[in-house]
Design a binder for this molecule. Structure first.
Ligand SMILES: *Cc1c(COP(=O)(O)O)cnc(C)c1O
Length: 389
């Protein structure tokens, strides 16, 4: 195959030219139920009128000025995100990986400020934090790392959902932070247990480590809370997010609590585009729509509806190993790899994707309604019941 595009994504044959709500349309006018929403990005679905209006209004005024100047929308977005999260301040990036890079730099600098020579961050097996060299180092998937070494020092990997493996590092004086996803998305839709997350918070407090949550995927309403940690009675020290925030425009954020809000200072970090007038106008609008249209309640309701239909129909199916997740971040683990499943779903006008070879994964738009959930569930149940037949 020869192409002018680098082959990082393999062969792609399907192409869409329009979207509306939870639906994507191809050239032939065929409609697909989009249960993956651009990998958890199109929180408000496609062509949401609020997003279109926010883009149009801002594009007619100003797209970009750089961070040499104050940006009103950036200020407003930072205020909104700190109000929602209870954290102190924000740095804006253009992607999830860059938000995590900011968190990693912040943790290292915080360590350096405290006289630690080799600041080290604990990460976990199965984690995904991005594809830059540092975030790849933090990622717990050897296949993704192959051929890209040497990797930077300063990361130690512990076992996901195993608090003892983290406790064992309590005497390591170089550790400055723990970076973790509340539900590993790319790693196979693996929820961290309540016990594990609560335990990490206590352990971080006891050892004066930063608890850094990667909510790039779980944030912005995906699990039914604005941020997934809001299901607990504690807050992280550092929080990153991206995907759903821009509803399709590239934006990420790294937030810090009062303890580390002043670690990054002029000259220590930055981004040319980060938080520009356009993306921050759109992100503000995404948040406003999620809150005003009660989409958090919708996610809880639709997530329960989907989970209960799947559980009821599939829990005794010998091909199904597990059904798990939270809100509208749900995975069905099959007992065997199912590479062909995506194509089979496509034949039924349904877009899903796989994670870890045998986990069928759903990340539908947060605006999804009952009849669309029912169609999604019925189609998947049919397909799984038909496996091997
Ligand atoms: C997608 C994702 C990233 C990387 O985000 P990019 O925008 O692709 O750089 C990082 N962490 C998690 C948890 C993700 O799901």
């Amino acid at each position: 195959m020869s192409s002018s595009i680098m082959n990082t994504y393999g062969q792609r044959t399907l192409q869409f030219n329009q979207g509306e709500g939870v639906w994507l349309m191809d050239d032939a006018g065929r409609r697909y139920l989009d249960a993956i929403s651009g990998i958890g990005v199109n929180a408000l679905g496609h062509s949401h009128p609020n997003t279109t209006a926010a883009i149009n209004t801002q594009a007619g005024k100003l797209l970009h000025t750089s961070n040499l100047y104050n940006i009103t929308n950036q200020q407003a977005l930072a205020e909104k995100l700190t109000e929602i999260s209870g954290l102190t301040n924000c740095f804006f990036s253009n992607s999830g990986a860059e938000a995590n890079e900011a968190a990693i730099k912040l943790a290292r600098k915080h360590g350096a400020n405290n006289g630690i020579d080799s600041p080290t961050i604990i990460t976990f097996t199965g984690a995904f934090h991005g594809r830059t060299i540092a975030t790849l180092t933090a990622t717990g998937n050897e296949k993704l790392k192959e051929g890209f070494g040497p990797f930077p020092e300063g990361f130690i990997q512990c076992q996901f959902n195993d608090l003892e493996s983290v406790k064992a590092l309590s005497s390591n004086t170089n550790v400055v932070a723990v970076m973790v996803e509340t539900i590993q998305g790319e790693g196979g839709v693996n929820p961290a247990s309540d016990e594990f997350l609560n335990g990490l918070r206590s352990l971080c407090d006891a050892n004066d480590w930063l608890l850094m949550l990667d909510e790039v995927q779980t944030g912005n309403g995906r699990t039914g809370h604005y941020f997934s940690y809001q299901a607990y009675d504690w807050k992280p020290d550092v929080l990153t997010t991206a995907k759903g925030l821009g509803n399709g425009l590239p934006i990420g954020a790294c937030m810090a609590n009062e303890k580390v809000a002043d670690v990054l200072q002029p000259g220590s970090h930055g981004s040319t585009y980060g938080g520009n007038p356009l993306v921050t106008a759109v992100a503000l609008n995404t948040i406003k729509t999620i809150l005003e249209d009660n989409l958090l309640e919708n996610v809880q309701h639709m997530g329960d509806r989907l989970s209960s239909q799947l559980n009821k129909a599939l829990k005794d199916n010998p091909k199904v190993a597990d059904i798990r997740g939270k809100g509208l971040m749900i995975g069905i683990e099959l007992t065997e790899p199912c590479a062909d499943f995506t194509r089979k779903a496509l034949e039924k006008n349904l877009l899903i994707c796989l994670s870890k070879d045998k986990v069928i994964r759903f990340l539908p738009p947060l605006i999804i309604e009952e009849k669309e959930i029912d169609l999604l569930a019925a189609t998947i149940i049919d397909l799984i019941n038909g496996l091997g037949k």
